[in-house]
Design a protein around this ligand. Structure first.
Ligand SMILES: [Zn+2]
Length: 268
């Protein structure tokens, strides 16, 4: 079967066994990616790229699957998306589109601790959990703080970054080279740093740890990222999925999210 599609972040969820599941959106439908595991598939980049925001075709996309203009003007790529601490909608101050920013920022957020190859702190909208953790390939995550908007979550994140990392070491994550961490203990150790205005946000008693497994039989010992611009055709066996990466035989990996907007044909 040959299917055409424009790559974008795979929708994910956690099934009843704690295993991450993935869909790949096609022009018509969705593919359950688990059904392709262990099979030889071909991905061929057609050399067409479309902006994820305005849908126009471009020679090059800029960042986040957006063309340069959309990246610098669309509210979906505003400053507060990447840096929650710069949120201003709670003060009624517009960055690019106040209505969009209000609906995005003025909703419950969480600050979490995750183990995705290293301890990291992150922010997400409450409704995005556990999707956000799966997207990052985390093995486990715990809620550290709960806030009523994005600005407050950003303040907590900035304060906690001084004591934890905030990056996912993607190669370690893809090799399942995950340190043993007690996230509850890490959370409790951070409690002392919730001072002043931050104190009410600490998620006291929310001690449940979400463990996440990924559909992969054998983790690679080395990983190498595939660049579709340099190598437009991949013909290989899909051995696993973690984060937003498709993992092929021999440890070659394709980051679906970072290739957002790339038009491909998928054959299986
Ligand atoms: Zn655009």
């Amino acid at each position: 079967m040959e299917i055409s599609l424009t790559l974008e972040k795979m929708p994910t969820w956690l099934d009843e066994n704690g295993v991450a599941r993935y869909l790949l959106k096609t022009d018509q439908d969705f593919i359950q990616m688990q059904s392709l595991l262990g099979r030889q598939i071909t991905i061929e980049f057609t050399n067409e790229k479309y902006c994820a925001n305005c849908s126009n075709r471009f020679e090059q996309l800029f960042r986040m699957g957006f063309c340069q203009n959309c990246f610098f003007t669309a509210p979906q790529a505003g400053e507060s998306i990447i840096r929650p601490e710069l949120s201003r909608a709670h003060e009624g101050i517009e960055d690019r589109d106040l209505e969009f920013e209000k609906s995005y920022q003025l909703q419950p957020h969480i600050v979490y601790l995750a183990n995705s190859g290293a301890l990291k702190v992150g922010v997400t909208r409450e409704a995005q959990r556990p999707t956000r953790w799966i997207d990052q390939g985390a093995s486990a995550a715990i809620v550290l703080a709960k806030t009523s908007n994005r600005f407050e979550a950003g303040q907590v994140e900035v304060a906690m970054k001084a004591f934890t990392g905030d990056k996912t070491p993607w190669q370690r994550m893809l090799k399942n080279d995950i340190p043993v961490l007690d996230l509850l203990e890490e959370k409790q150790n951070l409690k002392a740093h919730f001072q002043g205005a931050l104190a009410p946000f600490y998620a006291e008693g929310e001690d449940e740890i979400t463990n996440i497994e990924y559909p992969i039989s054998n983790y690679p010992t080395k990983v190498k990222s595939i660049n579709l611009d340099k190598e437009p055709k991949i013909e290989s066996t899909l051995v696993g999925i973690r984060g937003q990466y498709l993992i092929f035989e021999g440890g070659r990996v394709l980051n679906v999210r970072s290739n957002t907007g790339y038009r491909i044909s998928l054959t299986f």
